[in-house]
Ligand binder design. Structure first.
Ligand code: PGA
Length: 251
């Protein structure tokens, strides 16, 4: 059985005080959520304090990015996955479409970051997803397959135990336009089949595939009812503790 993950991606929002307040407000709301893992991803500057304040709770902390390098070095502005682990992170989001789109992140970079993260002992949430033009051009499946193959190249079957895939159609992010549960299910099935091809049936059966893109308390239930949807990566609706808690407690 795959344990679902509900992860909140706070993107570039919240000063330190607000990040801590939201995390602390969330704590009691989700304290009994044993049906899923609960993860929040604040900005870098809030990670350490949020992780400290959540210690002993059932909420885990994720970074939103990491360096391609695992070793210390002269790389101004970068943060290694080991540094993130050191301050209490257990997850890192890699290759979010905003990073692919606005920061030129390629599948090669995503692959390096993912390997560095796994080596450091972090769980990596690797994001894939097609644009509207690609979907309308009938290329969604081939785009996602290429992203998956590139992002996961060279990872072993045992590395894959630390990998979570997030399918986030770019046209559904922050637009209020969710993929229908059927569209999402179709792509999640395709993702699982692609991983069966690259890493074998057992890995494909065990890997958790999250859906992201305008997930809200109102639509989480029907999404989670799909057999291949194992959780959600939530942006806008995760910024408010009450709304994120309603998504976590979808059951
Ligand atoms: P959204 O963002 O929920 O605001 O659409 C999702 C994401 O980008 O992870």
């Amino acid at each position: 059985m795959r344990k679902p993950i509900i992860a909140g991606n706070w993107k570039m929002f919240k000063l330190l005080g607000e990040a801590v307040d939201t995390a602390l407000a969330l704590k009691p709301y989700v304290a009994n959520a044993n049906h899923c893992e609960v993860v929040i991803a604040p900005v870098f500057t809030a990670l350490k304090m949020v992780a400290d304040r959540l210690e002993g709770s059932n909420i885990q902390v994720a970074a939103q990015n990491c360096a391609i390098q695992g070793e210390f070095g002269a790389h101004t502005g970068e943060v290694t996955p080991g540094m993130l682990k050191d301050i209490g992170c257990s997850y890192v989001i890699i290759g979010h479409s905003e990073r692919r789109q606005f920061y030129c992140e390629s599948d090669v970079a995503v692959n390096k970051k993912t390997k560095a993260a796994v080596e450091a002992g972090l769980n990596a949430i690797v994001c894939v997803g097609e644009s509207l033009t690609e979907r309308e051009g009938g290329e969604a499946e081939s785009v996602v397959k290429t992203q998956l193959r590139g992002s996961l190249a060279g990872l072993t079957v045992s590395d894959m135990e630390r990998i979570i895939i997030a399918y986030e159609p770019v046209w559904a992010i922050g637009t209020g336009k969710t993929a229908t549960p059927e569209q999402a299910q179709e792509m999640h099935g395709h993702i699982r089949r692609t991983i069966a091809g690259t890493h074998g049936e057992a890995t494909a059966e065990n890997v958790r595939v999250l859906y992201g893109g305008s997930v809200k308390p109102e639509n989480i239930g029907t999404l989670m009812a799909q057999p291949d949807i194992d959780g959600a990566l939530v942006g806008g609706a995760s910024l408010d503790a009450d709304s994120f808690a309603r998504i976590v407690n979808y059951k």
